[in-house]
Design a protein around this ligand. Structure first.
Ligand code: PGA
Length: 247
């Protein structure tokens, strides 16, 4: 099963969401997982508009409740009917100074609340040019996931998103993506000997209808985490059609 996960970031008005769902609802059922993370404030409206999309959050707190003004409780996300949360997106790491240790706590809190988790990792351009890609990926996995226990109750997914490819139009080549994904697969197997090898791995970074096929054709790429190209229903639908054809 392939995954097409849209990350709408801080975009889409309620009117645009209505228009998106109208177009999406006109298609026949896809044979891939169709997930979207709108702004948290739009989780409930999106859930109310369609049951064909699994809805999630772009971020969630390490706390379930308490005096944490402005935070988003994983329990509250779950209560709305959302099924997943994205943790560790590079924009959260860079702009909100979220580090591996903190992100590990967020993963644990999300599991505790019963959410599936998409944990994002990826190197910056500078790190890639300094030949540090694998060191960074290994750290992002080891430091955050130490002590995390995977269960059948909640899905755990890892998204490899090279920072230099996010929102830049510069996609990793299928070979670069596959090389990183294979490395991540081996690391996860090492961290979780019983079930690490089966963790779905998504590629993210300027995925669009014109490059999705060659990316999803790679052995260790199980889906895509898509920003810009998930905003227009026509593009998102095309991505889902490509993923459905590959099953
Ligand atoms: P992009 O964003 O597809 O616009 O590059 C991907 C992401 O940030 O998850």
């Amino acid at each position: 099963m392939k995954y097409i996960v849209g990350n709408w970031k801080m975009n889409q008005s309620l009117r645009e969401i209505t228009h998106f769902v109208e177009q999406f609802s006109g298609t026949s059922q896809f044979k891939c997982e169709t997930w979207i993370a709108p702004q948290s404030i739009h989780i409930a409206p999106l859930i109310a508009k369609t049951s064909r999309i699994k809805v999630g959050s772009q971020n969630s707190s390490l706390y379930q409740n308490g005096a944490y003004t402005g935070e988003i409780s994983p329990t509250a996300i779950k209560e709305l009917g959302a099924t997943f949360t994205i943790i560790g997106h590079s924009e959260r790491r860079a702009q909100f100074k979220e580090n591996n240790m903190l992100l590990g706590k967020k993963v644990a809190a999300a599991f505790e609340a019963g959410l599936d988790v998409i944990y994002c990792i990826g190197e910056s351009l500078e790190e890639r040019n300094d030949d540090k890609t694998f060191v960074v990926l290994e750290e992002q996995i080891r430091e955050a996931l130490k002590g995390i226990i995977l269960s059948d109750k909640n899905k755990f997914i890892v998204a490899y998103e090279p920072v230099w490819a996010i929102g830049t139009g510069q996609t990793a080549t299928p070979e670069q993506a596959q090389e990183a994904h294979h490395f991540v697969r081996v690391q996860l197997k090492d961290s979780f000997p019983t079930n690490g090898e089966k963790i779905p791995l998504l590629y993210g970074g300027s995925v669009k209808p014109s490059n999705i096929e060659e990316l999803l054709a790679q052995e260790d790429i199980d889906g895509a985490l898509v920003g810009g190209a998930s905003l227009a229903a026509a593009d998102y639908i095309q991505l889902c059609q490509c993923a459905s054809n590959l099953i």
